[in-house]
Design a protein. Structure first.
Length: 314
């Protein structure tokens, strides 16, 4: 890697800042299979990207640095353990370029919330650094690098609504007529650890205390095709919900309050503790969010819609 190559790279890459928006995800169906020898669970999940976004800006620099503002500022490590930094290094290693960039995150996705915020930032860093460095990888190549960073990261490159299999990293888009779904997202005071939630589910299953596994995604896909929120509400499901409720019993009250406020259904998002509620329309979502906020069953309730695109330059 000589100075001439670096000049060439500079010509190919962006000279100004690159800004990328990336969504949060919820799982409309999260079917958790057995624990595999590699420590992951086999998943059968339907991912859905919603309009709560983080924004990552990448600028040229002489080293790799990360700063942040917004949700979790001051709590999130900004060193080599941060997924955005790991993503930039992974891309640089793959493409054979120096991992030099100044990254800045504006976070709205809560930390450890079951909304894949860390994975979203990794996806954003891949897309932003690819443009900044002019490495010009395809979405599929980026998704392959993404898979090594975390099970949810490939989905956040693609966005929309998609089937996730394997440990979640194998993603195929759902081809359905476009429908916008309206959600209320109840953010909890404190996060839950994803690996701990999976271990809790294993423990509950061994003790015979977990619900029946969800199984096939057929009903969910049929519901998406019908484009009726009442039908979709009946098809939502999450095998990790029992684990999240065992770890945070107060979430039962949050789910109840959302349904009492008129939500068609409420589920724990991913490994929790965020709860998401499906509303009949945008106006209903607004009303439910106001009611949930005043019911004092969550830190805050926000409205969102989906599906939205994955990590995109803006
Ligand atoms: O893939 P990711 O690093 O996001 O996963 C975090 C943790 O969640 C894993 O280390 C594992 O404990 C758990 N996990 C799992 N099965 C999956 C995905 C995640 O057990 N399919």
């Amino acid at each position: 890697w000589g100075p001439d190559d670096e000049d060439e790279q500079r010509r190919r890459g962006a000279s100004g800042p690159v800004r990328v928006r990336v969504p949060a995800k919820v799982n409309l169906h999260l079917g958790v299979g057995p624990l595999r020898p590699d420590g992951y669970h086999e998943l059968n999940t339907v991912y859905h990207a919603i309009s709560i976004h983080d924004e990552l800006t990448a600028r040229r620099g002489d080293t790799l640095t990360l700063t942040m503002e917004g949700e979790g500022a001051g709590e999130l490590a900004l060193d080599d353990t941060n997924l955005a930094i790991r993503a930039a290094r992974a891309l640089a290693g793959y493409a054979g370029v120096p991992p030099h960039a100044r990254l800045h995150l504006r976070k709205q996705i809560p930390l450890a919330g079951g909304l894949a915020g860390g994975s979203a930032d990794a996806a954003a860093a891949l897309v932003a650094c690819d443009a900044l460095w002019g490495t010009g990888l395809s979405r599929d190549e980026l998704a392959r690098i993404a898979a090594d960073l975390g099970s949810d990261v490939p989905f956040l490159i693609h966005g929309g609504t998609a089937l996730g299999t394997g440990r979640g990293e194998s993603v195929s888009p759902v081809l359905a007529r476009p429908t916008t779904w309206h959600w209320v997202v109840a953010v909890a005071d404190a996060g839950l650890s994803t690996p701990v939630a999976y271990r809790e589910l294993d423990r509950l299953r061994e003790a015979g205390a977990a619900g029946e596994p969800l199984g096939s995604t057929d009903a969910l896909f049929a519901a998406l095709r019908q484009r009726d929120p009442r039908v979709l509400a009946a098809a939502l499901g999450n095998d990790l919900q029992d684990a999240a409720l065992a770890m945070r019993p107060s979430l039962a009250g949050t789910l109840k309050a959302g349904e009492a406020a008129g939500a068609l259904a409420g589920i724990v998002s991913g490994s929790g503790p965020t709860c998401v509620f499906l509303a009949a329309d945008a106006a209903d979502a607004e009303r439910i969010a106001v009611e949930l906020t005043s019911a004092d069953v969550c830190r805050e309730a926000r409205t969102a819609h989906g599906p939205v695109p994955g990590a995109r330059i803006v």
